[in-house]
Design a protein around this ligand. Structure first.
Ligand code: TMP
Ligand code: ASP
Length: 243
């Protein structure tokens, strides 16, 4: 970690879970992960002690792992606990969700039995817009709204499936079922790359043996022991992805 070489410039953007700062390099941004937690498009607000550092470390390890397997990501370096240097991308304003097991909004929307394991992953797109409640959209919406070109959309689909194919077995080694997760992609020098974060904030992770939820659903559903769950995921990941 080498924060000394990265100059934290002006705040460029503040989201619900992260702040993005300019750096001396216009192609790079410094992401500072926050402890703040929100749910239901910002309606429920709180904080999870230590979450910023944990999510930055988990995301950094996962981005490095995915890069090593040929997935391009925005990750450059974890410069300090909770701090991550990334490539400055133009975000495609679409949340890309992969589901391996039925739960959450798909269970609510389609009445599908919770816990049903799908025979193939389900890919969904949602328009990133809190005021509209992040509505579900399809490929045609993405193209006519010009959020991505058909070629970029194809790449996003292929990368999303590849990330799932890589993360499912990795999580299994950690004793976790990757139930579903959300990704965001960005455009960098004409290339589609994986951006944002991958952490217990953006994944549903269930303990393989007990079914215990080790993700943000503990906060969303007031299940308690939220900090402990995030720490547990980080501890397991450190063992499986040793430095
Ligand atoms: P959902 O079942 O509520 O649609 O969530 C699907 C997955 O996406 C789940 O792993 C949580 C994640 N997610 C986010 O990361 N951000 C969001 O704003 C939402 C709604 C879900
Ligand atoms: N990230 C969303 C929000 O802040 C929703 C969620 O994660 O449940 O409201």
């Amino acid at each position: 970690m080498s924060d000394s070489t990265v100059q934290q410039g002006a705040l460029k953007y503040e989201g619900k879970a992260k702040k993005m700062f300019e750096t001396q390099n216009p192609d790079q941004l410094l992401v500072v992960y926050k402890d703040d937690a929100t749910a239901f498009n910002g309606e429920k607000k709180g904080a999870i002690t230590g979450k910023g550092k944990v999510n930055a470390e988990i995301s950094a390890r996962l981005f490095q792992y995915l890069e090593s397997k040929g997935v391009p990501t925005h990750f450059i370096e974890q410069t300090a606990p909770g701090h991550m240097l990334v490539k400055a991308v133009t975000i495609v304003p679409v949340e890309v969700i992969i589901r391996n097991v039925a739960t959450g909004s798909m269970h609510k929307r389609l009445g599908v039995t919770e816990g049903r394991v799908f025979q193939q992953p389900v890919l969904e797109f949602c328009y990133k817009n809190d005021a509209l409640g992040d509505p579900l959209v399809n490929d045609d919406h993405v193209i006519v709204m010009e959020w991505a070109t058909p070629e970029q959309l194809l790449t996003i689909r292929q990368l999303a499936k590849k990330v799932n194919d890589l993360l499912k077995p990795l999580m299994l080694k950690m004793g976790l079922t990757l139930v579903d997760f959300k990704m965001e992609f960005g455009l960098y020098q004409g290339q589609v790359i994986l951006a944002d974060e991958i952490s217990p904030d953006t994944c549903r992770l269930w303990d393989v043996t007990t079914g215990r939820k080790l993700d943000k659903d503990r906060f969303r559903q007031d299940l308690g022991e939220v900090e402990e769950a995030y720490q547990e995921v980080m501890g397991r990941m450190r063992k499986v992805l040793a430095e």
